[in-house]
Design a protein around this ligand. Sequence first.
Ligand code: F6R
Length: 359
Amino acid sequence: SKGTYEFYMLKEIDEQPGVMRHMSQHYLDENGEPKVDQKIIDAVSQADRLYIFAAGTSYHAGLVGKSIFEHYTGIPTEVGYASEAGYHFPMMSKHPFFIFLTQSGETADSRVVLKEANKRGIPSLTMTNVEGSTLSREANYTMLLGAGPEIAVASTKAYTAQVALQAVLAKALGEKLGVKEAKDWDLQHDLAIAAEGIQQIVDGKEKLEKLAKKYLVPSRNAFYIGRGIDHAVALEGALKLKEVSYIQTEGFAAAELKHGTISLIEKGTPVIALINDPVTADLTRGNIQEVVSRGASIITIVGKKFANDEDTIVLPDINYYMSALLTVVPTQLLAYYASKNKGLDVDKPRNLAKSVTVE
Ligand code: F6R
């Protein structure tokens, strides 16, 4: 039940520290070593390429997963929209392995790809929140997200669970393959930092409500920008905001704005910039200047290492590869408060259903 919450979406955002702790307790042993079914590790470690298929928010979790898998396992990883891959099947490497990310386990678009994979004998794993769901039954292997039921149409805790579960698999796989980065990785520590950091962010939610009221509620459009993993989170932040608040929002690779879209920036256009990537932090600052000088109202969400006094939201320190677990939370809260303060039904945005069972 919703308990004292007005909407499930906020309850589910607030549950994310618990989701991170559950992930650690369920999937790591007392030494922090992954507890993943050996059959899954053996099967995935045969792969010369991973292919992640998903839709919507789960697809955005897959984009983060790509960075994690490539860094910690050295296996090239591709991410595709299930709805596209089902009808334009991508060219395959010699030994592909398919990972389906699906909260519900019922998404028809993803099922089309899985059916084709089964026909071709391509091994597959479904990461899902729903035990016994269709995609779980039809894939060779399943790993459960264990996020607890997600009732709000807009996905929040399933996203962070998907990012964390991909990290668990990446660590297990990288260790099996002898990858140094995986062996040296203290994932248990990172998940603890994620749990604490998310708690800190949700404890500061009033500030995000004020920002949403001041900058987003009065606006017809908005932008999210970021580079690297922040780009993947920008796409997710934009989807969440437009989905529940009906404010048209685009997520952009920060440097791409100047290749065309910057012409949409006017006085007061809200631009939310995400900065956690050590490689590109300074460059993104330059992109912020470009939009500020065209009159944008800027909100920055920045990792502590990269922050200055003018930043709007400063996030606790975390491993870059796990940074989406923190960065996404203020974006969820901004979406929630924009919707709520427009008087909308946050949990049931118009025209949408919780699982999409048509192609
Ligand atoms: C957005 C959202 C959707 C789903 C998408 C895939 O907030 O919830 O974009 O992520 O429909 O659903 P699953 O993960 O159930 O396959």
